[in-house]
Design a protein around this ligand. Structure first.
Ligand code: PHE
Length: 350
């Protein structure tokens, strides 16, 4: 028996030497450890042996089985290690190579303006509120003192959805909403930046544009408060030397109403093509909140006063970045948008 075992061991050593792949190793496992394998065969004549001999042989064959299994497992581990090594060598990453260029987007000029406007008013204690672009006729016009059939409706070519709903033509609709929603009728200090829609389309008008509305309601608010606020606002948006001028105007929801001009930031007021040689640029509509509007919003005009203003955001973007056509802001042309990467922020008028 010992002889048999020794010759099997020798054979195994040779076989191991000649095995070079996992596949060959699998064959080897079958050859030695399989059901009809050489190790199993050692015990094939068990039946003919005495109990003592059986015990002896059983023990011996178990030891052999363990030895053979260990050697083959070692070989398997060696192959796995080699394979991993090969894979690592093949897949080396050169960390010194330049990376693929990541395309970085930029903030839209329109959003930059909104952020500046918000920063300014939030620092003055205003809330930033939101309102829907699909609005009711009631909030967009009626509660702003523009009843059905009022001629002031002609000034805003409106996209009507049906007789009740429309695309808001002005963020002033959010004035009406804020007053109604403020159940306790406490003071209001809010701005609302957002998109508005009118049936216009040329180089300085788009069917869609941005406005920011402002509304302050409190006791003893005066036109001087409005002027002071807008003066600071204009300086923040267009430069420290900017002057503000009020001209009488008409809006159905303010009384008195004013049109607000700023001194031309390009020529400083001397006159140039941008300000059409006048030295002034119109940027805003504003006024003291009309008593009817206060009343419809649930505020007693004998107790409460307020001012409101509305300005086009696109114009500020066009001024600041010298954009010649308002429609560039809305056509998503990547060649246009790419010009507003971060380094451009240094050139902004502050
Ligand atoms: N909503 C007005 C417009 O779009 C602007 C405005 C707002 C005027 C608030 C006065 C007060 O023309």
């Amino acid at each position: 028996m010992n002889e048999k075992i020794n010759s099997m061991k020798e054979e195994l050593a040779k076989d191991i030497e000649n095995t070079h792949s996992m596949k060959e190793l699998a064959d080897l496992k079958v050859k030695y450890l399989g059901k009809k394998g050489l190790v199993t065969e050692l015990t094939s004549n068990m039946k003919e042996l005495s109990i003592e001999e059986r015990k002896e042989l059983g023990k011996l064959s178990n030891e052999i089985r363990t030895q053979v299994t260990d050697s083959l497992n070692q070989l398997e581990a060696k192959f796995q290690e080699e394979e991993l090594q090969k894979k690592l060598e093949k897949d080396t990453i050169d960390i010194s190579l330049p990376s693929e260029k990541i395309k970085r987007g930029s903030r839209h000029p329109f959003n930059r303006i909104i952020e500046d406007v918000e920063d300014f008013f939030v620092s003055m204690g205003y809330d930033v509120v939101d309102g829907p672009e699909l609005e009711t006729d009631e909030n967009c016009f009626q509660r702003l003192n523009v009843p059905l059939g009022h001629p002031a409706r002609d000034a805003q070519d409106t996209f009507y959805i049906d007789t009740e709903y429309l695309l808001r033509t002005q963020t002033s609709s959010v004035q009406a909403r804020t007053m109604q929603e403020n159940q306790d009728k406490t003071p209001i200090r809010m701005i609302c930046p957002g998109k508005v829609y009118r049936r216009d389309d040329d180089a300085t008008h788009s069917h869609q544009f941005g406005q920011v509305e402002g509304l302050v309601i409190d006791k003893n608010v005066s036109l001087a408060d409005l002027k002071g606020t807008l003066e600071l606002f204009a300086k923040k948006m267009l430069g420290e030397n900017t002057k503000v001028r009020f001209r009488p105007s008409f809006f159905p929801f303010t009384e008195p109403s004013v049109e607000v001009d700023v001194s031309c930031f390009k020529c400083g007021g001397k006159g140039c093509p941008l300000c059409k040689q006048t030295g002034w640029i119109e940027v805003l509509g504003a006024g003291m909140v009309h008593p009817n509007v206060l009343r419809m919003g649930g505020y007693d005009p004998d107790i409460w006063t307020g001012f409101a203003f509305g300005t086009g955001l696109d114009r500020f973007a066009m001024f600041r970045y010298a954009i010649p056509d308002i429609r560039y802001l809305y056509t998503n042309d990547i060649r246009f948008l790419e010009q507003f990467d971060r380094k451009d922020e240094e050139n902004e008028i502050k």
